[in-house]
Design a protein around this ligand. Sequence first.
Ligand code: SAH
Length: 459
Amino acid sequence: MKRTPPVQVGQTIEYTITGQGHNGSGVGKVDGFTVFVPLAVTGEQVKAKITLVKKNYAQAELVEVIKPHPDRTEPLCPVFEQCGGCQTQHITYKAQLEMKRQQVQDSFARIGGLPEIVVHPVIGMTEPWRYRNKAQVPVGQREGGGIIAGFYAAGSHEIIDMDACQIQHPDNDRIITAVKKIANELKIPAYHEQTHQGILRHIMVRIGFHTGEMMIVLVTNGKHLPQKQELITRLRQQFPDITSIIQNINTRRTNVILGPTHRLLWGKEYIVDTIGEIQFKISPHSFYQVNPTQTKVLYDQVKKMARLTGKETVIDAYCGIGTIALYIASSAKQVYGVEIVPEAIEDAKQNATLNGINHAHFEVGAAETVMPRWLQQGIQPDVVIVDPPRKGCDSTLLDAIVGMKPERLIYVSCNPATLARDAKILHEKGYEVKEVQPVDLFPQTGHVEAIALIQRKIM
Ligand code: SAH
């Protein structure tokens, strides 16, 4: 039966928020119809104005909080409401953690049809600020000249100029501010998205929390970077500890930040960081978790759930630069890793050597192609670890895992919805979720990370 939505764009409604949805938005029902409103908190009575109506849901903006939640708090950042980077600074950290736990539980109940699953309290940070090791900011031109760099306003491509981000490592802020200033002095033109003219598109900065190594990537619209030498000299003067300055070339009309090629302007093409005892070499294109403090907590949980004795064969699918595989390698007989980005696999292989690990095997390719091949080749893992992007695992991959009959599957997920969907599929194929441990990798934001221990049923 087709139903006409009970709300229209422009209409002001009053309703109760019953949960936190995707990206930390408040969500509630109006005549049984789902309405999302950012910056609203579960339990609140709010007044909101409808901005978008779709077949199954509507989006609104907050007009007034009629009955505020007791866990509401003052956001630390002055541009919190304009910037799209954080979504939950208006909620105390303790309440953020409980909301994330509830979101995981709700996903398992609603999407996975598994309401009974035990979801442990979220492991949060003692100091939930200044935790990010990587910043990537779009560059633009102020009307009448002058370079700005900051973040896109929520849901748009309007650049908000910003000098301090409360979730970034302070050095990342310093470098971005310096690049902006130097680019202004040297009159390097900012890229303009609509006209596809101009040069400097993005500034990306990565810092090794434990080594202090720093990489700056300047993304340019074409090979030409005016005043290149002077720019490098000034950056090195201001940041004598910088390890790597790279120019990335992206001439495409796209939202993807990095282009396919880069050239080294100064230093080395990578930085090194450590997690626990293990060293990792990280290239500009390679994925590396953004919250190093909590990454160790996450990996320790994975290791605990894997219950390794030194005799096991372990597969790490979606392995990035091999972080999980190498972190657990000393407790396993053999580890395998598969990852789609060739540069990341190059890093993974070198990381194995760097750490003297010679029982790790890494392959480039889509996990859903490589794993079925490994199954055919007769590789029999005792434990499989998967850590897919937001869209979750391909069903071909899940079939290959089931075919390999591992005792345990450890599913690391950055999206509770696809985790619950895949858990349901696995449940039907003889694997049951034993426990779920969320770890807060992204304080002040709506992003949720969780690890599920999924065990083969004894039949
Ligand atoms: N486990 C790693 C990386 C997790 S992020 C860590 O903790 O650092 C997910 C990774 O999956 C990224 O490196 C991404 O490049 C990779 N990826 C995305 N789609 C893939 C696919 N179909 N097959 C294999 N790897 C994929």
